[in-house]
Design a binder for this molecule. Structure first.
Ligand code: SF4
Length: 548
């Protein structure tokens, strides 16, 4: 397994400046090179997309494959709590609720109002903060304020302890921790400029660039330094910062990734704790009440001593572009995301799909569990075709497994999904899934249902065809690997072996979102990117954006 748990406890991690940028001017200094001169020395510049094109990491003749490698992956979840004596413990519980947003690593940084401490590790939240492990510790993360992070799982070099957040740094104004959900599309030029000015990077994460920008800002006070740093950022970021006595939540001006604010009532008349989280399911788990979204471009700062809250518009407003894929697949169905109940959205996508692309003569509608459940329910109720759980998902299979050969690799989906022959045999089956990415899993599911005796298999997808990669914090394959980018719907149908195939149309998706449709990002369906990912297309053609 690629994610053996390791935990570190640190108080200082990043030197922010390189004191001697290039001691020998005759040699190109590896920490200050220009991307246009030494492109081959810049593996980190294409890091996000390079990881995105990896679904399996080879280890000799074996291949380690994430179970859900077919699906796009949310890259992170964040949580912040201030005003509670057990802030770090509550943070760990809230991170459990956000585990679906990332399984590679987890971490928490906490403040006791004078010192920040952090604990991070590879693996699930339960593995990283396993109380039976010696030396770890939630109990060492004392104080009334904490931020936490879960990071997504992938194969290969991404599984590095150095990339697990929160990042904790010391600089001239004290300690600072940050947790980030999203992706900066100008990370290559930001990093290049910062390195040119002497910054030393410890990770391959774009989040570290934000810390460097804050550290090198000459603005006062802290909020102004963050505002100046954010003015250089392009792309998606829902950020939580923790200092000794403040917790700050910031969302990018387009609001790509979700971030909500809630309050946790306390006993004996104590003031309610303030909670931030990627999804409301994290609030629900710890008993906090949802209050509202952090608005795009907004900064909310909470004083950890007084719990006074101040809010400001940190950046000029831009068209709101909330990630519609949160509603389709990422968020848990019980969550409220962008003020939409997720289960209701999925139900309506399925119901509209039934009206748009019915299956005459179908006997049964089944979901691909778990993410296709509510869409299948909507499809069934709108079409009048009975709903059944024809595929059972195993909850006891690890996150990754070793696949020594193609033959055994084909068994992978059977480990995860088991068909119920009594429901499928001799039937015309409608199978509803949330999306198709590469198409490899879909073809295995169709074969599984046929092998269980189904007479016909009709696949219905409760989202439009994915034709473009995401650059805003979701790990999708390169465009060339997306099956719907390579072929039309009939071509995909033949490839996956279904009797019929239909997707929810983009027009119907927009119609369901109503007046709010323009406020959603749909770039993976339309290729219409709200913030152009130009640096990933041609890194050498761009001048660095950060020049201060
Ligand atoms: Fe979400 Fe797709 Fe936009 Fe990425 S490109 S933010 S996955 S809608």
């Amino acid at each position: 397994m690629a994610t053996a748990s390791t935990t570190t406890t640190t108080t200082t991690r990043f030197p922010t400046r390189n004191p001697n940028p290039n001691p020998n001017p005759k040699l190109p200094h590896l920490l200050s090179f220009k991307s246009s001169r030494y492109p081959s020395l810049l593996p980190h510049l294409h890091l996000r997309r390079r990881f995105s094109s990896i679904s399996a990491a080879s280890t000799g003749d074996q291949t380690i494959v994430p179970f859900d490698s077919e699906k796009p992956r949310e890259e992170c979840g964040v949580v912040g709590i201030v005003g509670h004596p057990d802030a770090a413990h509550l943070c760990s519980l809230a991170l459990h609720a956000l585990q679906h947003r990332g399984q590679e690593g987890a971490g928490i940084a906490a403040s006791d109002l004078s010192t920040l401490r952090s604990s991070t590790g590879l693996g699930l939240v339960s593995e990283v903060f396993d109380p039976s492990k010696p030396g770890l510790s939630l109990s060492s993360l004392t104080g009334p304020a904490a931020i936490g992070h879960v990071r997504y799982s992938t194969a290969g070099a991404a599984a590095s302890i150095h990339n697990v957040q929160p990042f904790l740094a010391s600089y001239r104004f004290g300690q600072l921790a940050v947790a980030h959900n999203g992706n900066l599309v100008n990370y290559p030029s930001l990093r290049s400029s910062l390195e040119e000015k002497g910054s030393i990077f410890n990770t391959s994460s774009d989040t570290e660039a934000i810390l460097h920008l804050i550290a090198t800002s000459k603005s006062r006070p802290f909020l102004s330094r963050v505002a100046e740093a954010c003015s250089y950022l392009r792309g998606a970021y829902s950020l939580l910062f923790l200092t000794a006595d403040k917790l700050l939540a910031v969302r990018d001006p387009h609001g790509f990734r979700p971030l909500v604010l809630g309050r946790l009532p306390r006993a004996n008349g104590a003031p309610s704790a303030v909670v931030f989280a990627s999804e409301t399911c994290a609030l629900d788990l710890i008993g906090a009440k949802y209050e509202r979204e952090v608005e795009p471009g907004e900064a909310i700062i909470v004083d950890a001593r007084t719990l006074d809250i101040s809010t400001s518009c940190l950046m000029p407003s831009k068209p709101r572009k909330a990630c519609v894929f949160e509603l389709i697949y990422f968020a848990l169905p019980q969550s409220l995301v962008f003020s939409h109940p997720v289960y209701e959205s999925r139900y309506s996508f399925g119901a509209t799909l039934a009206a748009e692309s019915p299956v005459p003569g179908a006997d049964v509608v089944i979901p691909v569990p778990d993410s296709g459940f509510f869409a299948a329910l909507g499809f069934s109720e709108r079409s009048g075709v009975p709903f059944q759980q024809g595929l059972i998902r195993s909850h006891y299979v690890g996150r990754t497994f070793i696949q020594p050969s193609q033959a055994i690799r084909d068994l992978g989906v059977k480990l995860k999904l088991s068909p119920i022959k009594g429901i499928l045999a001799g039937k015309s089956v409608v199978v509803v899934d949330d999306s198709i990415v590469r198409g490899t899993t879909s073809s295995k599911i169709v074969r599984l249902i046929r092998d269980a005796g189904a007479k016909e298999v009709h696949m219905r997808i409760a989202s439009p065809p994915i034709i473009a990669s995401c650059y805003y914090g979701v790990d999708t394959p390169s465009s060339e690997e997306l099956i719907s980018n390579r072929m039309d719907i009939e071509g995909v149908r033949k490839e996956i072996g279904a009797d019929s195939l239909a997707f929810l149309s983009l027009e119907s998706l927009r119609g369901l979102l109503g007046d709010e449709a323009p406020s959603f990002c749909e770039a993976c369906f339309s290729g219409d990117y709200p913030v152009p990912p130009v640096e990933y297309e041609d890194v050498n053609s761009k001048e660095p954006l950060y020049v201060a």
